[in-house]
Structures are given as C-alpha cells and as structure tokens.
Design a protein around this ligand. Structure first.
Ligand code: KG4
Ligand code: ZN
Length: 358
C-alpha cells in the first residue's frame, strides 16, 4: 500500500457515471489523479427528465470502461489503491446499485476497505478538493434534488438550518426551462438565456421571503411562470422571463442567506465564518456573484467548488472516502443502497415521523 492514501471514488446515483482517483497530500488538499464524468444527457433528452431504467442500463454499459479510463489516467497501479468509496444514497436505487456493486466487487477483489458515501456529503466536502477548510462552516447545498442550509460541524456531523418546503432550486431551474421549451437539464441554458434578457421585465413572486426562517420555497414561481409563458410570443420575451426568474432567485437567496448567517453565528459564536455553496446550481455565475456580495457584507468568507466540481462527480465522493479512511470508518460489503438517505439528524427525525421534507 502507498504511504499516502489513494482513494478510488465511484458515483452513479443519477445520470452521471463517474470514477475518480485522489491521493492524500501533506498540504491538506488532496491531489486529483483522475476525474472522469460521463453524462447521460443524450439518453434522457427526449423524455424531459431522467428515466431510471435507462439511466441504470447506461451505468452498467459504461462503468467498466470509465473505471479503466480513470485508473489509466491516474497512472496508479491497482495494488496502490488504499480503499474504494462509492455513493450509496440518496438517489435512484437502480442507479446506486450499479456503482455500489461495482465498488464492493473491486474492494473485495483487491482486499481493501470499502466505504459507502452519502452523495450530499460529497457535495458538502467538494471545495476541500482545492481549499483547506476547517470545520465548522455554513453550507448552502443547491442541486437538482436538494436545497438546504446546513451547519457542517465535522465529518458526518450536520445540523440543518433550513430546507425547501417544496421544489429544489435545480428543479425550479429545470421546470422553468421546460416551460420555455429548453431540453433537460435546463439550468445552464437558463443562465445563457438570462444574459440576453431584461431582468426587470416580469415581477415574479418570492414565496416565504419574510417568514419561515431560512427555509425556501420555489413552487409558487412555477405557477407564475406558467401563466406568463402562455402569452409569450417572441424569443426576446423568453430571454426576459429567464432573466427575471434568475434575478428573483438571486433576491430570495440574498435575503435567506442573511437569515442563515444569523442562525449559524448563534450556533457557532466567535469563529472565522466560512460559507460554502455547493451542488449543480452553484455553477451559476450570477448566483455566485450575489452570494459573494452577501457573504462579504456580513464577514463570511465565500467558498465555491471549482466549476467542474459543482455538478455530480466522483472526486467529491473520493474526498469523503479519504476523510472516512483516515478515521477508519469502513463499511461492510452488506451495506444496502439507500435512496432517501438524509444528511442531518433533523431529517432523520422527520423521516421517522414520515415527514421528510426533501
Ligand atoms: O448537483 P447536481 O449535478 O445533481 C444533483 O445532485 O441533483 O445538480 C444538477 C442541477 C440541475 O437541476 C441543473 O439544471 C442545475 O443543477 N444546474 C444549474 C446550472 N448548472 C447546473 N442551474 C442553474 N445554473 C447553472 N449554471
Ligand atoms: Zn448531486
């Protein structure tokens, strides 16, 4: 085994087949040896959303090849790998099972530890692949399935401060895109459209903006957009609606982030405050700008993952694997896929009462 741990990470929770190798480093920032992500946009495009069975089939078809490519690109011999880390939830069970079985098989063959990783924890730790960030920090996780403010107190130690009470932010972007006739996933395209539009053209609702702490709500926006879309006649009006939508999201996040800052400070008084924004929507440049502005205004250091680490990838899964490896937090090969795996205690409590929010 190599002196510095090397972790092979696997991610197949939804529509990306991804494998990455990372190596620990004395700087505290691991080296990414390879990071292969194969997206299935073309497979699901015509259906307007991810079709689980097709996604799983595509993972099965590609995972061998992606693994070979990632290992070759890393220049690492198989016997130098210290552990295998694979996403075991949340996600689509048929998709999770592919990466999980592949990872368990590899760990068993190589006789090395197997580590199950929560996909959301992967996003939460993703900026640690290029920045040294000590705990605790405030996290805003904005992806296709989740929108949450969390106090990240340590590895596996999360306290949820706020969450969406209906749609996730990525979902709101994708649904708006669909109404504008843009292919799935529409988030990045909305950002493109918004550049060409007038953000002041449409006055859209900002649900629960002044209530509910730092909980979020985006469903009301959908209804408002649907109403406007019906009367849209030109491409320019589409650009204007995309710009107005994006601006509304920026305004909501600006206000809610300030509330989350206050709650985080109450929990962690007198620390160097850091604010990490992760998940697919963290790639949006205008949203980044707005969140940097609110952070600097309130003395939080804003930290974003590199653009290529915002969306689903396996380097972030290997990152969690590395931290767990150092703490000898290994899993049994019996570990089942867990499609609704939460990140924080609060969610577990809600789950127990059948009230899980997202
Ligand atoms: O984290 P992610 O890759 O997958 C999940 O775990 O869900 O997030 C995907 C989501 C999609 O809803 C996608 O439309 C959105 O992130 N997204 C964006 C941008 N890039 C990806 N939303 C807004 N602006 C973007 N540039
Ligand atoms: Zn994700």
């Amino acid at each position: 085994m190599s002196e510095k741990p090397i972790i092979l990470g696997i991610e197949t929770s939804c529509d990306e087949t991804a494998i990455s190798l990372i190596e620990d480093n004395e700087t505290g920032i691991p080296k990414i040896l390879s990071n292969i992500v194969s997206s299935q946009f073309d497979v699901h495009k015509e259906f307007g959303g991810v079709v689980p069975e097709l996604a799983a089939r595509s993972h099965v078809e590609k995972i061998d090849l992606i693994a070979k490519k990632a290992i070759k690109e890393s220049g690492i011999e198989l016997n130098k790998i210290s552990a295998i880390a694979a996403t075991y939830g949340p996600g689509l069970i048929v998709c999770l099972s592919v990466g999980l079985s592949f990872g368990k098989g590899l760990a068993s063959t190589l006789k090395i530890p197997f580590i199950g990783v929560n996909h959301l924890e992967g996003h939460a730790l993703s900026p640690k692949l290029h920045d040294k960030i000590d705990y605790p920090y405030l996290l805003l996780l904005i992806s296709g399935g989740h929108s949450q403010y969390l106090s990240v107190n340590g590895l596996g130690n999360y306290k949820r401060l706020g969450t969406t009470i209906d749609d996730a932010l990525g979902e709101a972007f994708d649904k708006t895109a669909k109404m504008l006739g843009i292919d799935f996933p529409g988030g990045p395209k909305i950002e493109e459209f918004a550049k060409k539009g007038n953000a002041e053209k449409y006055d859209l609702p900002k649900p629960i903006i002044n209530k509910g702490g730092c909980n979020l709500s985006f469903a009301g926006l959908k209804t408002a957009i649907l109403r406007i879309v019906k009367n849209i006649k030109s491409e320019q009006e589409k650009y204007d609606l995309a710009a107005s939508f994006q601006k509304t999201i920026e305004d909501i996040l600006f206000v809610k982030t300030k509330v989350a800052f206050d709650e985080f400070i109450k929990l962690n008084p007198g620390k160097n405050y850091k604010f990490v924004v992760a998940g697919g929507v963290a790639a949006n440049k205008e949203i980044r700008k707005k969140l940097i502005e609110v952070s600097l205004f309130h003395n939080f250091k804003p930290i974003f993952p590199d653009l290529k680490l915002c969306g689903d990838n396996a380097a972030m899964i290997a990152m969690v694997g590395l931290e767990k490896f150092k703490k000898k937090q290994f899993d049994s090969l019996e570990l089942p896929a867990s499609p609704r795996l939460p990140l924080d205690e609060n969610a577990q409590f809600l789950k127990g009462s059948g009230l899980i929010l997202d």
